[in-house]
Write a protein that binds this ligand. Structure first.
Ligand SMILES: [Fe+2]
Length: 371
């Protein structure tokens, strides 16, 4: 017998899952959605803080979520890596210290509802400035993509490569940025840090209906995507679909989303408030509804942005190819990814009217949907 006949053949391997299951932190299978405030964390020796990996049904092939919990008055260890992530602060006040390959250091201070990115392979650590409360920070990352490509821990965490084009302008860690007008729905805010996502200025996105507005991000010159959307009081947006991995997290207000596949006779419903996150699955239709007495904002974090779409699907959805209109705002009936209000299942509006009654909020959709 040769050696190859006596050893177990190795096949069907997911190097990312093998790696994360060996890290000693809770790896949470959260189903479609999870409230990140309820997730249990455990000590992560690699980062020297409490953490968890959060896997949701719609995370797709490229993305995951990490959750970091920094003890009152404590800090994480220093880490650098060549995967990218978008951090969103759920709770707590603190700072991030960066150390660039040439030895320069800089830091910036964050608080609840801050968002930031760190240029790939720049060393960083988090400090919790609060003496009593934990700091809780989630991060949508492309670690699965990177680990499944290289399956080499040293390449990812101990790599001498310098990515000097990723640092961005000096003011990108002060809360400032560059507004880059592209088109309604695709206007860009280029920065590395947004101090408070609940008050960031947005742009009208009339094609999505319901008075919706948004802004998209380019962060640390990376390939991760972020966008912030808002639904005014008494409104909801058109249903739409796109690829997997876009982690939607509620920032202000509360409401619910419906998820379904074309041809389904029923909906999966997710009720959300600050801290609830869910990534719709690949090609799964979904629609967001504000039922609160304040504008509802959500941050969506995934892979592929307006500058670097990364996948053909994302390019078709956001940019449009070969002179075609971008599919994100084109009706499904015309080969696009959006369900116009006139075409939506009447049960959707009826359910929403019921929810508005329960919530005591005056419906404000008359301009878009006939009751
Ligand atoms: Fe979406």
């Amino acid at each position: 017998m040769t050696e190859s006949e006596t050893t177990t053949p190795r096949y069907g391997v997911d190097p990312y899952l093998e790696w994360v299951n060996g890290e000693g932190i809770p790896v949470i299978d959260g189903g479609y959605a999870i409230d990140l405030f309820t997730v249990e964390t455990g000590h992560w020796a690699r980062v020297d803080t409490k953490a968890a990996a959060v896997h949701l049904t719609g995370r797709g092939d490229f993305n995951n979520m990490f959750l970091y919990e920094v003890a009152p008055g404590g800090s994480t260890g220093t880490i650098k890596h060549i995967f990218e992530d978008i951090y969103y602060v759920l709770d707590g006040h603190g700072s991030t210290q960066l150390e660039f390959p040439d030895g320069r250091k800089r830091s910036f201070e964050w608080g609840p509802k801050s968002m930031f990115s760190i240029p790939i392979n720049v060393a960083h650590r988090f400090f919790n400035a609060g003496g009593r409360e934990r700091a809780l920070i989630c991060a949508t990352s492309n670690m699965p993509l990177v680990m499944n490509t290289f399956h080499n821990e040293r390449f990812i965490f101990d790599n001498p490569a310098e990515f000097i084009d990723r640092e961005g302008q000096e003011n990108y860690y002060t809360g400032e940025g560059t507004f880059i007008p592209i088109r309604a729905g695709n206007h860009l805010w280029e920065t590395n840090f947004v101090p408070d996502m609940s008050v960031l200025g947005l742009q009208s996105y009339a094609d999505r209906g319901g008075g919706s507005s948004n802004i998209k991000f380019v962060l640390a010159e990376g390939i991760m995507s972020g966008h912030m959307s808002e639904m005014p009081v008494g409104t909801y947006k058109k249903g739409h679909r796109h690829g997997a991995g876009t982690h939607v997290i509620c920032v202000t207000g509360h409401g619910y989303s419906l998820l379904w596949y074309e041809g389904d006779t029923d909906y999966t419903r997710i009720d959300w408030h600050h801290g609830v996150v869910f990534p719709p699955c690949d090609g799964q239709l979904h629609q967001h509804f504000n039922t609160s007495h304040e504008p509802a904002r959500y941050l969506a974090m995934g892979i592929g942005n307006v500058r670097y779409p990364f996948t053909q699907k994302k390019r078709q959805t956001m940019i449009g190819e070969k002179g075609q209109r971008q599919r994100s705002s084109l009706s499904i009936k015309e080969g696009g990814n959006q369900i116009e209000f006139d075409d939506q299942d009447p049960r959707i509006h009826a359910l929403w009217l019921e929810e508005m009654k329960k919530a005591g909020v005056t419906p404000g959709m008359d301009a878009w949907v006939k009751s």
